[in-house]
Design a protein around this ligand. Structure first.
Ligand code: TTP
Ligand code: MG
Length: 390
């Protein structure tokens, strides 16, 4: 296989850096973007904070009241999403000037596969330097960049020298680079898995790579073996470019394989809800619904149903997903992954039958209410009954 050059770009203290840029008096000071602290009585959380604020132990998702206690003299500001989205758009445009193979991951980070394009600009590291410079010139903000042979290592590398970092990991150095790092740096390895591994004396990526596969399988199932492969620096995932949307799907891999019916049902409901929300955001409705299940032995099943009309309602999607789920016999095997997909789209503006119209009107109103709440308070503000938080 030809050598791959994957860059991961992540803006530094994104929301807070924008506030410091726009308010010169905030520069060099602890700035906390998030909910109103109300002198320590505020509810809600920290969105992010400047690196100066991080020295007080403040971080994203911390209760705002705690942040206030840690740094009452800090500058607390409410998020201004419009400004952040505008900066995000400029950054994405810059990326496209260097490669069409670009996968945005969130408002402030993306993977770029520059294997095909770097020669137009020089060496791969030159591309990374140019991207950082252009971001600085055009937005006044700093970004950290990791350059590596794959996504897994590039993401770790971009995080290592923040802020304003630039770290390259060559294929021959990958193992040595990963060896001393803490296992919590592995993308997708959550706190529960970290605890299990640390309990068994595995705290670095090097130790994980050296761990006996049978033992690892016993502790974590198939997921453990995937982590082990990453620990060896192997990751063949492609940078997914944004083409025309042909399907919308969400998946969840359980930290520990499960046969718990409540957990499975609430996960399927949460996935249906996420897919419906994204469909509505894209102004789409899908006629086909697909359930994906991967079992503990990695056998994978996709079951689809064409429902005769197009929908973007979570309850309808969930109803069909449950039918598909019940029709699948899995013996006594546990589930490791669940996925819900909607495809075969039409525009959400099209109504196909009169019956649908009246039914839809009622639902439409309910969903509009939900969406308004979400817009105002964020994605986590609303959970359907039956979805566990966290
Ligand atoms: P991150 O890239 O995770 O954080 P960051 O850019 O603020 O800081 P870092 O230098 O460590 O990359 O997230 C990007 C933005 O997303 C962040 O500025 C605010 C927002 N965000 C939240 O609103 N809530 C969260 O819990 C997190 C993690 C981020
Ligand atoms: Mg960031």
């Amino acid at each position: 296989m030809a050598e791959r050059y994957i860059a991961h770009v992540d803006m530094d203290a994104f929301f807070a850096a924008i506030e410091q840029r726009d308010n010169p008096s905030f520069r060099g000071k602890p700035v906390i973007v998030g909910a109103d602290p109300k002198r320590g009585k505020g509810r809600g959380v920290v969105s992010t904070c400047s690196y100066e604020a991080r020295q007080f132990g403040i971080h994203s998702a911390m209760p705002i009241s705690e942040a206030w206690r840690k740094c009452p003299k800090g500058i607390f500001v409410a998020p201004q999403m419009k400004k952040y989205s505008a900066a995000s758009k400029i950054i994405l445009k810059i990326f496209y000037d260097f490669t069409p193979d670009m996968e945005p991951i969130s408002i402030d980070e993306a993977f770029l596969d520059i294997s095909r394009s770097y020669k137009l600009f020089g060496e791969p590291m030159d591309v990374c330097r140019m991207i950082k410079e252009r971001i600085k010139t055009e937005t006044g903000l700093t970004a950290s960049v990791g350059l590596a042979p794959n996504k897994f290592i590039a993401k770790i590398a971009s995080d290592l020298k923040k802020p304003d970092g630039l770290v390259e990991v060559k294929p021959k150095d990958a193992r040595a680079f990963l060896r001393p790092l803490d296992i919590s740096r592995i993308w997708g390895l959550g706190p529960k898995t970290e605890k299990i591994l640390k309990f068994h004396g595995i705290s670095t990526i090097g130790q994980l790579a050296a761990m006996d596969s049978d033992r690892l399988f016993k502790f974590l199932g198939g997921r453990g073996l995937e982590f082990k492969e990453l620990a060896f620096g192997i990751d063949n995932r492609e940078v997914k470019t944004e083409g025309e949307v042909k399907s919308i799907s969400n998946e969840i891999t359980f930290e520990i394989d499960t046969a718990n019916e409540d957990k499975i049902k609430s996960s399927l409901l949460a996935l249906s809800d996420k897919v419906a929300f994204r469909l509505r955001k894209e102004d789409l409705k899908g006629k086909t619904i697909t359930l994906k299940i991967r079992l503990e032995d990695f056998s994978t099943f996709n079951r689809s149903i064409s429902i005769g009309f197009a929908t973007n309602y979570a309850d309808i999607i969930y109803g069909h997903i449950m039918k598909l789920y019940k029709s699948l016999k899995r013996g006594n095997k546990k589930i490791r992954l669940l996925g819900v997909k909607s495809s075969n789209f039409i525009s959400a503006q099209i109504t196909e039958s009169l019956f649908e119209e009246t039914e839809n009107e009622k639902r439409e109103n309910m969903h509009k209410v939900i969406e308004n709440i979400r817009k105002k308070f964020g994605d986590k503000a609303i959970y359907r009954a039956g979805i566990k938080k966290g």
